[in-house]
Design a protein around this ligand. Structure first.
Ligand code: GLY
Ligand code: MN
Ligand code: MN
Length: 364
């Protein structure tokens, strides 16, 4: 059997081999770049990997030859020389015959048709959904450490940005301040385009920062994340500029109670839809059911939306090692919106909240 990397890559490739065997599969061609990073440690933007019961390799073009060798010790690296993919086909046919699983969630129909015609008569493709994504749901100790650090960064950035948040700053400048601090002060990457919306614009759950200047009385929602060693945090806090109105306090209290009810309940064995119902029920009881239209949360990891999460239709069974966001919100057109989002690790006997920024209503 070919040695499959060292350290975490070797452990993950063994997990993948066990999963292939369970599904009656012999070999998988990995084309999804986040899945390649998970399985091999390669951090570039383009590669292919083959994992079978008795073989494993990575294939990269010349841009990544040196990097792949450094990042994937112990894993055989093949070098791609043609952009049309001929030598990938040669590598595959030299490595195996019979059935080859491919990642149907992310491979395009055009790429599938191309592989199918080039491999005809030698290798049969078998589309498989969610194979590595399912494994990625359960984080190992290395991944949890990276996620913890990514969460510490956003906690610190939130506290620091609150010190500078005052009437007169635009949403766009607030976003730049957040992202500058993530990059400059914490040596991390931005996990996704940051959301900074204020006043009536905070009624848009995924509104993009605009030139709007923040005023006294505004709600301001910040939804942002840091990426540390590839792993994303994702936090949301809503603050108010100046003393909060009675309605701002009431709606905030409903969202906070809903979020707390869901987080407090999280433990192995619960279904995603059960946890979602705890938050959604609180919001509906308070009369705002129509104003919470999105799911409760999602898995977070190498990608900010790292796999299934918790929603009214979610049959995801919570298991130790999963890291999920919990992010209920209430959005009222022309008034504004309030959302609170934390990243929560499911543990053997319950959960641990990884993000720890102030959750009570902050009036600045
Ligand atoms: N920031 C994206 C999300 O919360 O899902
Ligand atoms: Mn978010
Ligand atoms: Mn989120």
């Amino acid at each position: 059997m070919t040695q499959a990397g060292t350290g975490f890559a070797a452990r993950r490739i063994e997990r993948l081999r066990a999963s292939l065997a369970e599904r009656g599969l012999h070999a998988l061609l990995i084309t999804d770049i986040a899945n390649i990073r998970w399985a091999t440690g390669f951090t570039g933007s383009h590669a292919y990997a083959l994992v079978s019961a008795d073989d494993a390799w990575l294939a990269v073009d010349s841009r990544y030859s040196v990097q792949a060798a450094a990042e994937c010790p112990g894993l055989p690296i093949n070098h791609l020389t043609s952009s049309a993919g001929e030598n990938l086909i040669e590598l595959l046919t030299a490595s195996m015959s019979g059935e080859l699983a491919i990642e149907s969630d992310t491979m395009t129909v055009a790429a599938f048709a191309d592989y199918e015609s080039r491999l005809a008569g030698r290798i049969t493709l078998r589309p498989e959904s969610g194979l590595i994504r399912t494994l990625r749901l359960i984080k190992d100790a290395d991944e949890i450490e990276h996620l913890r650090h990514a969460c510490r960064i956003v906690d610190e950035v939130f506290a620091s940005v609150c010190d500078r948040l005052a009437p007169g700053i635009s949403e766009r400048d607030l976003m730049l301040e957040l992202e500058w601090q993530i990059r400059k002060d914490h040596d991390a990457e931005v996990a996704f385009p940051s959301i900074a919306v204020s006043g009536p614009r905070s009624a848009m759950p995924h509104g993009q920062p605009s030139a709007r200047v923040i005023e006294r009385g505004d709600l301001v929602t910040l939804d942002f994340g840091a990426r540390w060693n590839g792993y994303c945090s994702d936090i949301t806090r809503t603050v108010v500029i100046g003393p909060p109105s009675a309605m701002q306090q009431t709606v905030y209290a409903v969202v906070q109670a809903a979020q707390r009810a869901a987080v407090d309940a999280m433990k192995p064995g619960l279904l995603g839809k059960d946890v979602d119902a705890l938050a959604r029920g609180r919001i509906a009881e308070a009369g705002y059911g129509e104003r919470f239209g999105h799911g409760l949360g999602h898995s977070v990891g190498l990608e900010v939306h790292d796999g299934p999460g918790m929603s009214p239709s979610s049959d995801l069974v919570l298991k130790p090692g999963m890291v999920l966001t919990v992010e209920p919100g209430i959005y009222i057109p022309e008034w504004g919106g309030i959302r609170i989002e934390d990243d929560v690790l499911v543990t053997d006997d319950g959960h641990q909240v990884l993000t720890d920024a102030e959750r009570d209503l902050i009036a600045l």
